[in-house]
Design a protein around this ligand. Structure first.
Ligand code: SF4
Length: 263
């Protein structure tokens, strides 16, 4: 190995360690276990689509409408997102429209390279009309910051735009009726990487019944977009010992984006 390669490798290790220490401090993980494998491997993408979809899920190949989006500038994306939001604000396709306080459309940078997809609004989100603003949202913000990004750099949306009463699980019919809006959001934003947070987001985006435990940690394919699945921040609040796994997943997202943007 040349001296310069060695220096670069060392700098990469130090940077990685610094980020990890910050992340672990943030996440309250006391023990730092240093991996000897610091080499950044190119991620492989797993095709996860299954034919036996959960009942009621929409076919993922079906676009929201027949319009083809060839949008690369911010102005157009903002306009299209605004139009879609206005459509959704008056959506009464499913009974959740009767119990919502606010519709929770999505938030963030329309030019985002990284887009997070969660399950559905909770109480705080329903009250404020913004996704991931409660305790789980604060944790998501820390996760984003731990990989060297700001919340305003990414885009955040949910599978469902209205809160299921009592935070119950989304029903298949609700997912089927609401999913076209998310598909259109993704088409407009065109992120380089998607990150599915939790079981419902991962299973819906990837058309699979596989558990989040088996899906996490790998890049899957959503219509050509590399999609990382990981645990939902709300799950991490209940199971803090799983935070290390999310850190591993997010490092892969960080490294993948870094490599993509450097090439
Ligand atoms: S959850 Fe989705 S489909 Fe149901 S009313 Fe709200 S926006 Fe419409």
């Amino acid at each position: 190995m040349q001296v310069n390669d060695l220096k670069n490798e060392l700098a990469s290790i130090v940077k990685d360690l610094k980020t990890r220490v910050e992340f672990e401090k943030t996440f309250g993980i006391d023990v730092i276990s240093l991996s000897t494998q610091n080499k950044r491997e190119k991620p492989s993408i797993t095709i996860t689509h299954e034919k036996d979809l959960p009942e009621g899920l929409p076919p993922q190949t079906k676009p929201f409408n027949k319009k083809t989006f060839t949008i690369n500038n911010k102005e157009n994306k903002v306009k299209l997102l605004e139009e879609l939001k206005n459509e959704m604000l008056v959506c009464h396709k499913c009974p959740l429209s009767k119990t919502r306080t606010n519709l929770v459309f999505g938030v963030g940078n329309p030019m985002a390279n990284l887009m997070f997809v969660g399950e559905a609004p909770g109480r705080d989100e329903d009250l404020q009309g913004e996704p991931f603003v409660g305790r789980a949202g604060q944790l998501l913000t820390k996760i984003i910051e731990a990989i060297g990004m700001k919340r305003s750099d990414v885009y955040i949306a949910n599978i469902l735009k209205c809160r299921p009463p009592g935070n119950r699980n989304p029903l298949p019919d609700e997912i089927a009726l609401c999913m076209p809006a998310l598909i259109k959001q993704i088409e407009i934003i065109q992120p380089k990487v998607l990150c599915a947070l939790g079981t419902f987001a991962a299973q819906t985006l990837l058309n699979t019944k596989a558990s989040i435990g088996s899906l996490r940690g790998k890049f899957h394919d959503y219509k050509g977009i590399p999609t990382m699945a990981t645990f939902h921040p709300a799950y991490l609040l209940r199971n803090p010992n799983e935070k290390g796994k999310v850190w591993e997943d997010m490092k892969k997202v960080r490294d993948f984006l870094k490599e993509l943007l450097n090439n």
